[in-house]
Write a protein that binds this ligand. Structure first.
Ligand code: DX5
Ligand code: ZN
Length: 217
């Protein structure tokens, strides 16, 4: 059974507390929190104060996905705000190994996020330092986009490498996950499904989370 990580990017920000409680009480496993800087990606979302506020109510793991340049400058601040997992983009980190050591030394789980055009093999040399690979299945920056089908092949390649090396790294798929493709994604080897639009565009988000969970069992 896969872990489900609803993306708060698609929540109702005027009713954030209500949506956080919904996730707390649902079958969801993690909160997925997308931080965008308007430079690494062509959009700006939310940052440290919002995450710190969410932390006060959230009863589950905070999975923070940094879509920002120079993430190392802010790693400590995100730890203070309450991040449990901190993912940085391989494309934004010329010294990725150093970034991962920093995240680990701050007491967080390490995440490496990887864009659709980046060969997954590019992160194999730090795979043993990585708790979660956040594999983008859309171009990062916006919720509600269409799943890029080639991601399925990348999941299979990554899964084979994780198994070959006997690692416990989790594969998280981020972008365009729906009730229609969830099973195929998990069958390819994904361990965690991020879902924004699929969850929050429905009348009963908690039911949709439960349905996603069931699809993957
Ligand atoms: C995209 C973000 C995703 C996004 C996913 O840049 O990283 O986490 O919220 O949204 P959906 O599930 O709507 O594609
Ligand atoms: Zn994300």
């Amino acid at each position: 059974m896969a872990l489900i990580a609803p993306s708060v990017l698609s929540a109702d920000f005027l009713n954030l507390s209500r949506d956080i409680q919904m996730i707390n009480e649902s079958e969801a496993d993690w909160f997925h929190l997308d931080v965008m800087d308007g430079r690494f990606v062509p959009n700006i979302s939310f940052g440290l104060p919002v995450i710190a506020a969410i932390k006060r109510e959230a009863k589950k793991t905070l999975d923070v996905h940094l879509m920002i340049e120079e993430p190392g400058k802010f790693a400590e601040e995100f730890k203070k705000a309450g991040a449990d997992i901190l993912s940085v983009h391989i494309e934004a980190c010329p010294h990725l190994h150093r970034n991962l050591q920093q995240i680990k030394s701050l007491g967080m789980k390490t995440g490496v996020a990887i864009n659709p055009h980046t060969p997954v093999q590019h992160m194999f040399d730090v795979l043993h330092e990585t708790d979660v690979v956040c594999m983008m299945s859309v171009n990062p920056g916006f919720g509600g986009q269409k799943f890029i089908q080639y991601t399925i092949e990348k999941i299979k390649m990554l899964k084979a490498e994780i198994i070959r090396r006997g690692l416990s790294t989790l594969i998280e798929i981020d972008g365009g996950v729906t009730l229609d493709n969830a099973r195929e994604i998990v069958e390819a080897g994904a361990d965690v499904l991020v879902a924004g639009n699929t969850v929050f565009s429905t009348e009963n988000p908690a039911h949709t989370i439960a349905a996603l969970k069931k699809m993957t069992s």
